[in-house]
Design a protein around this ligand. Sequence first.
Ligand SMILES: [Zn+2]
Length: 418
Amino acid sequence: MTDPSPNIDAADSAAIDAVTKRIDAEETISLLQELVRIRSPYFEEAEITTFVYDWLDARGLDPELHQVTEPDIVGFEGNNVIARLSGSGPDAPTLLLNAHMDTVQLVEAWEEDPLSGRIEDGKLYGQGACDMKGGLAGIMVAFEALAAADIELAGDVVFTAVVDEEGPYGLGANQLIRDDIVADCDVAIVTEPGPTLAREDIENPALILGARGRFLHDITVTGEAAHGSQPQTGTNAVVDASRLADALTDIEVGSHEQLGDGSICPLKIEGGSETLSVPEHCRLLVDRHIVIGETEDRVRADAERVVERLDLDSTVDIGFREAPAADVRYGPYVTDADHPLVGALSTAVETVTGDEPAIGYFASVGDFNYFGHRAELPTVIVGPDGENIHGAGEFVYTDEVVDVAHIVAAGCVSLLSA
Ligand SMILES: [Zn+2]
């Protein structure tokens, strides 16, 4: 594309060229349009799974369906799509490419077909266009280009398109970890939207090197019922839960040099009834985003201290939301800026765009937490930007989708070349 970066040797540069010239901008965007036009809110990914599988299969990329099941809480059954390119060097690193195939539920406020894939002024519209079918199209064409180009990679590339990232548990990525699909991986690239969801006010090209983690408190407040005309004779669980919700927001949250501050947000309060009784039960859901160093024990102890201090008449049971297993949680992580993966992607960004990447950190959580925290893989998010993510009018910048495809392909070559 542009002049090769000075940090890159001639052989790598030729290999990067051989791969990136196989990525056609128009084909990439028409693939993205096809992906956007398939309705795929979480738990309803069968059609897009088949599409991604068939697309890879038609190109001789030997995809596999990887079964994802969660029978106990949500009763989900579906499939991830995975494929692997084997490198020539047994000791070379193995690189995981990851994107999710699902979207949020379609938002009602769209003033047009939310699955139109309409392109105007370089913006492609649709629910999930930015989060993250742009990134999905990017890794599909990058993976195809890596396979088709006549180059030698020492390391393996593992392609994973997963289900249920937007759902409550990240079941697709969870299953990759459960079934050891990522056990031999050394690093991960996730093509989620980048700068728009970063803490910092940055723009593409950007590399996102970490993310906060998250706990969800599920708190039960139990009072004592009485006749509502004599509230002093009972213990009002709704009143006590509201006092607790307010007090929890005063917890002193942790802080981290890269990830910033933690945060606490009461999300839901439900309880009582419309009959004239002092409400006996109330449930409180409270989000807590954490940074590195804030453990489950600390988070629980913080909440317990608040309860103690308030000295409520109600009984308070502080739990966390139900999860498929104890390790299914979003932990915080930071990838070292000096890691070779970051170096390879920085070189790729410079080669493709001519600019040095901005560095940022994600404000919220996603499958990348599973790779960065649970699987302990150095993980970098590099994705196309857009706006109105999860909302009406979501769009992605088409040129950034094509850039990301090039950057991923070039980054793989730079890190894994023989
Ligand atoms: Zn996403």
